[in-house]
Design a protein around this ligand. Structure first.
Ligand SMILES: [Zn+2]
Length: 321
């Protein structure tokens, strides 16, 4: 099951999403070798990325990045509006040094250097127009004290609070075979198709949240979205109406290419690349998202810098043949 289900409530100003990811998530994991605690955090963020990108109003990519000076130096999940996704983690320590009981706060140094960056990048961006980016620290005020966030869901909640005008609740869970997630979002009381008086709307939002809170991690990770929707909102559906849209497919897909690697080599510069060639005979790199290897030998590298070589004034004119 790699599915995302969107639903709307007729008796409450609520739009919801339920996600269940299995083989697409396994495709991410089989290319990686992260410790279990790191996989849990990555899985939760993959769930979050699919939930957030399903509400993108444009064709583009949603990127979740968590970065810190802790053991997880960088975590990146990218999900396009067609729900194709890829994910990677960069650790600053050897995986064996990570405690099996480490929390998200420990791994992402949430009390100090940890940051969550969410970028919305439209595929048809005007030249010079920057992508939308929101950044939050991974800690929040609780009882007059700053506390590190405990989970990906909490981190995303914090971001939503800071950047979205719409109240949002999110539940996430993952293991090595599945990811499950639920998102509830309060829509504006007026406008769109909703026409609820303020009191009915407020009560409706509270009622749907209360129903959402009854979800267990076990249900979220084992049941198909349709079953979760039926179980959670059966009474709501009968009494007030809950409508769902055809489920959307989620898949793993990497956007790496030989051309993009060539661009990286150009950025490194010819001198640097020549140095690697002299030392290793070949320039080799592995895509950090899908582990696909890319190899450039001396002839390939020459090709990469061909334009520069030709424009080089010191180079004798080509004899041509
Ligand atoms: Zn790749």
């Amino acid at each position: 099951m790699n599915e995302l289900l969107v639903f709307v409530c007729d008796g409450a100003p609520v739009r919801g999403e339920i996600v269940s990811i299995s083989t697409a998530w396994q495709a991410v994991l089989e290319r990686r070798n992260d410790p279990p605690v790191v996989r849990r955090i990555l899985g939760d963020f993959v769930g979050a990325a699919t939930l957030l990108s399903a509400s993108l109003k444009f064709d583009g990519t949603l990127i979740i990045q968590a970065q810190s000076k802790g053991p997880i130096q960088l975590l990146v999940v990218e999900c396009k509006s067609d729900l194709s996704m890829r994910a990677t983690v960069k650790l600053s320590v050897d995986p064996s040094e990570i405690s099996p009981n480490a929390t998200l706060g420990d791994l992402l140094d949430a009390s100090n250097s940890g940051r969550l960056v969410i970028t919305l990048d439209p595929s048809e961006r005007e030249p010079g127009q920057p992508p939308y980016q929101g950044i939050v620290a991974l800690q929040q005020h609780r009882g007059g004290k700053l506390t590190p966030v405990a989970s990906a869901a909490e981190a995303i909640g914090l971001y939503m609070q800071n950047s979205e005008q719409l109240e949002t609740r999110i539940w996430l869970t993952s293991n090595d075979s599945n990811i499950g997630g639920l998102l509830l979002q309060r829509m504006p009381d007026s406008g769109g198709h909703t026409h609820l008086d303020p009191q009915t709307a407020a009560e409706g939002w509270t009622r749907i949240q209360t129903l959402g809170e009854t979800i267990t991690d076990e249900e979220l990770i084992t049941l198909p979205p349709e079953t979760i929707l039926r179980r959670l909102f059966l009474e709501e559906s009968t009494e007030n109406g809950v409508r769902s849209f055809p489920p959307r497919k989620i898949r793993f897909s990497c956007r790496c290419s030989r051309n993009k690697v060539a661009d990286v080599l150009r950025m490194l510069g010819e001198e640097e690349v020549q140095g690697i060639l002299e030392e290793q005979g070949i320039v080799e790199t592995i895509c950090e998202f899908c582990a696909k290897p890319y190899r450039f030998d001396a002839v390939d590298c020459l090709q990469v810098f061909k334009t520069d070589l030709l424009s080089d004034a010191t180079r004798p004119p080509s004899s041509g043949h």
